[in-house]
Design a protein around this ligand. Structure first.
Ligand code: GLN
Length: 474
């Protein structure tokens, strides 16, 4: 990334020292967006006049000494996060023309702290996918190799960070959608503890799994965003303040930290070069003083199957509001008959939301509920127990983030199962609700590899400390 667009703390220090102005960064950013976004398609929409105006205000705030904590920090916002008065559409034709009536809590906190929104980042439609190819507005390209996918569903946010088209970006993670694209694009992606960030203003995909979190160039930048957006919120009954207690030794080492390596995550199917990078990462954790412990998560292998029952069940419920009457209003109004209206309005969903709504409706239907939904809930319970047992022995669990590096665009679009498998390592953290982070950890075939670290529920700050120690030792 060019010097004019460094990390958040350096940027803020330069603003305060008056060696850099937000408007200078904005001008650079707007030029880059014009040059690079048409090809990358990281942003669906950018707000050039608003960016320039906000940057001028930020300049004035620094000049008058009234700058807020993140004044002049430029953020990308995933298209499923509501921002009042702006088009928000989850990259779906279903929401063509929809303008958000209010601003969600996480985005609102960033804007209140002085951050400037650049625009809405591309994503898989309604956050369903692992490559951003399910966007109704064309795929995002991976900045490391534009012939490859950026991962998904927050692929636009990951690409924006990796291409230097923002300081940080917000994403959402239901089964890996922050961590997996971060891994494939070579940046940091942090999925916080479930409920530690309010979901108010996030278009729900699967409400018991969804979390908002940052994609960033460094752990420090991710932490700044997390510290700004987290906390209890009266608009989300599942939100809370984290009460983590674990601490590092404080000397930059990982002495006393027990890192569990789950046997079940290092089996055939994992790309050998990816595994090599992750093993080097584990050696680095050990060199930092961590104790490496062999552990077992016996039910972990069933996580993917349980997820692909539970998630569609919640999707079918959440997306039932897109009924052609309230959204998209226009379809029903012009319909020849009720049935015609149903058909026309539902056709606005792309193939992946349609597939999941059908699966979800099926697993919740009378007669199949016990066989599928209830069974999957039981499996979820077993996986929660596996992780709770593991936390008796270790403080951190390490794994690859993705079984492969980024693959060529188009390679998996016709094979949903192959696509679903790319979330095999990320999904369990959502089923269990724990914090989990993906960090760059070398390259395989010239493409970035991510290592995933997870910690017990509410130990987000400890996890970020461990991640930062890992990152600094690079
Ligand atoms: N890729 C996963 C899916 O398709 C996860 C999506 C997400 O986290 N939003 O469901």
């Amino acid at each position: 990334m060019a010097d004019i667009f460094p990390d958040i703390q350096t940027t803020l220090a330069a603003y305060r020292a008056k060696t850099l102005k937000p408007s200078t960064v904005a001008a650079d950013l707007l030029a880059r967006l014009e040059a690079e976004n048409p090809q990358l398609n990281a942003y669906l929409r950018t707000y050039a006049p608003e960016i320039a105006a906000a940057a001028a205000k930020a300049d004035a705030a620094y000049a008058s000494g009234t700058a807020r904590p993140l004044e002049g920090i430029f953020v990308g916002v995933k298209d499923n996060l509501l921002v009042a008065g702006t088009r928000t559409g989850s990259a779906s034709k279903m929401l063509e023309g929809y303008v958000a009536p209010y601003t969600g809590t996480a985005v609102g906190k960033l804007l209140d702290a002085g951050a400037i929104m650049i625009g809405k980042t591309n994503m898989d439609e309604f956050a369903m996918g692992s490559s951003t190819e399910n966007s109704a507005y064309g795929p995002t390209k991976n900045p490391k190799d534009p012939s490859c996918v950026p991962g998904g569903s927050s692929g636009g946010s990951a690409a924006a960070v990796a291409a230097g088209l923002c300081h940080v970006a917000l994403g959402s993670d239901t089964g890996g959608s922050i961590r997996q694209p971060a891994s494939l694009c070579g940046c940091v992606g942090f999925k916080p503890t479930y409920g530690s960030v309010s979901r108010y203003g996030l278009m729900s995909m699967a409400s018991s799994l969804d979390v908002i979190g940052p994609l960033a160039n460094s752990v420090a930048d991710a932490r700044v965003v997390y510290d700004t957006i987290r906390g209890a919120d009266e608009h989300d009954a599942t939100s809370h303040y984290i009460k983590g207690a674990k601490k590092l030794a404080g000397d930059g080492s990982l002495k006393g930290v027990r890192v569990g390596v789950p046997r079940e995550y290092f089996l055939p199917g994992l790309d050998a070069d990816v595994e090599g990078c992750v093993q080097k990462g584990i050696a680095k954790l050990k060199a930092l003083g961590a104790e490496i412990v062999d552990i077992s998560l016996p039910n972990a292998e069933h996580g993917l199957a349980a997820y692909y029952v539970l998630m569609p069940a919640e999707v079918s419920t959440n997306l039932s509001r897109f009924d052609g009457v309230r959204y998209p209003a226009s379809q029903m109004a012009g319909a020849a008959s009720l049935i015609d209206g149903y058909v026309k309005s539902r056709a606005a969903f792309g193939p992946e939301p349609q597939r999941r709504i059908l699966v979800g409706t099926y697993v919740l239907s009378a007669g199949y509920y016990d066989a599928y939904y209830r069974q999957a809930q039981k499996v979820r319970g077993l996986i929660v127990k596996d992780f709770n047992d593991a936390w008796q022995k270790v403080d951190i669990i390490v794994s690859p983030t993705s079984p492969t590096v980024a693959w060529p665009l188009g390679e998996k679009v016709d094979d949903p199962l192959a696509m679903y498998l790319s979330d095999i390592f990320t999904i369990n953290a959502n089923l269990v609700g724990i914090p989990s982070i993906s960090l760059p950890c070398g390259e395989a075939d010239g493409m970035p590899v991510g290592i995933q670290l997870a910690a017990a529920r509410d130990e987000d700050l400890f996890l970020l400390d461990v991640a930062e120690a890992f990152e600094k030792a690079n």
